[in-house]
Design a protein around this ligand. Sequence first.
Ligand SMILES: Nc1ncnc2c1ncn2[C@@H]1O[C@H](COP(=O)(O)OP(=O)(O)OP(=O)(O)O)[C@@H](O)[C@H]1O
Length: 228
Amino acid sequence: MSLILDDVTVRRELGPVISHVSLEVRPGEITVLVGPNGAGKTSLLEGISGIVGSVTGSMTMDGKDLRASSRRRRSMDGLKHVEQGRTIFPNLTVRENIALTSRTKEDLHAALEHFPELEKRMNAPTKLLSGGEQQMVVLARAFASRPRYLLVDEMSLGLAPVIVTRLIPVVARIAESGVGVLLVEQFAHLALRVATTAVVVTSGRMSYNGSAAALLDDESGLRDYYLG
Ligand SMILES: Nc1ncnc2c1ncn2[C@@H]1O[C@H](COP(=O)(O)OP(=O)(O)OP(=O)(O)O)[C@@H](O)[C@H]1O
């Protein structure tokens, strides 16, 4: 039972932007995807969730062929994609934003339990929250939809490192609840600490796929992988 990519290539208008990627995301674990700007990380997530349709290779979720499913079907089957940028409804309250994706009251409450940081702000318009808190609302909304697998794209974009240090444990809590998380994160060191597996991509190619802890220990190796 996993989200498994085998020899996946994602094409955009001008050709392949990320090629021959193989990786696994297991329930309850975080696989972190790191690499320099333009390496193709966003495109890979978009290929997995179905935003980009031009994908070759094999992608399965708990044995089911993803490529045979529409984007909507993948989402209904439990594959959720938190896209880059804080996509909240600013005039709705925190509670209303989260309630948008929860099917039942229990789902809503389960999400709230995971985000004690938001409890005091539940009835505030989301636009009054800080950037970090808004990103927490985005994560809570994704969690409230009861995902089996969660693709998270650069949630730290535009946020200070100190705020990211608060968000990363939130993602870890989501994974601990049994969700398989594929996390794209520019703050590689922070993400590697909570991830089980790391995948490094450079110029559209996979240069490392292995233990996150081993990569974290290997400072010069991490630099080399980034440089390609
Ligand atoms: N909508 C698009 N149409 C065509 N090409 C695109 C599109 N989005 C990205 N690309 C190209 O695909 C390549 C990979 O970009 P992508 O955004 O996937 O990389 P990334 O690793 O997520 O980078 P970043 O960290 O800067 O977001 C780049 O060369 C980019 O110019």
